[in-house]
Design a protein around this ligand. Sequence first.
Ligand SMILES: *[C@@H]1O[C@H](CO)[C@@H](O)[C@H](O)[C@H]1NC(C)=O
Ligand SMILES: *[C@@H]1O[C@H](CO)[C@@H](O)[C@H](O)[C@H]1NC(C)=O
Length: 275
Amino acid sequence: MKLFVALLAVGLPALVAAHSWIVCTDYLENNGWYWDQAKCRGWPRAATFYNLRFGTFGTHNNYTWRLDNHPEERALCKVSRNDDRRYSEETPMAAYYLGQEVVLTHPANNHVAESKCRGRTAMDWENLMFVVDGDEDPCCIDSTKLIQIMDMGASPYGPNIDLVITTTYPKPGFQNAPKFCEDEANAMGTYNFTIPMDMKPGRHTFVWKWIRSPRVSPFTTCWEADVFATKAERDAHYAATGQTTVDLWDFYQINTIVDGEIMDPLDPVDQIISG
Ligand SMILES: *[C@@H]1O[C@H](CO)[C@@H](O)[C@H](O)[C@H]1NC(C)=O
Ligand SMILES: *[C@@H]1O[C@H](CO)[C@@H](O)[C@H](O)[C@H]1NC(C)=O
């Protein structure tokens, strides 16, 4: 009993604090169920250091060395900007084009309202995307250098919401993790955001910000991407670096799901990437 109480005391602060970070900055499958590193074309800063590419999704590295960042306690970007050193052949920088829909992935880290395995009360407050004005890392979350380019919504939660809503995907915001109940800590969630048509082509820094609850300070992840005016230019860039040039596909558009099972499993990545 004593041991049980001690474990609870250690475990609770971690749960209350919450954690998450962006793993992939250009993922090929929107609203997908399971992570596949072969579907990732672009990575955040220092992805190799944080071991984001290989291994089990969400368990990347250990608690001391994870990409998690609370900008109210430290700098806005956990790792400072250094384009030569923060990317590698294994974890390259993303390339986008104006008007592109971009898919991001992140671990759920227990924060999903899902009546099949949890209560309905896991909060989701704000999920925003910013682009940085200029080449310097902004100091902090309130910096005037952060230009908001997308509000990715918030997931439904609350003690009185219909149970069916909690088990229905896709969801807006953070909790878009359809396989949450299979691994509450490490299940993959995805977002999408759009590159504004009026963004100036060139290299930019992008910042993701998640607020789980107004009582918990936000989380951020920073990365660079080369933004091209057209898909043709973006494709030429990816082709030159040995990456696929396909656009994202949507999991629910390419699969027929009956009673939670995929009826006609067909994975375009197998055809596109290997063929
Ligand atoms: C955590 O990971 C880092 C980087 O891989 C490693 O240097 C460090 O020794 C690890 N710490 C523990 C406690 O495992
Ligand atoms: C992209 O995300 C938004 C929420 O931010 C959602 O409303 C929209 O349906 C998503 N698009 C697709 C194709 O899933």
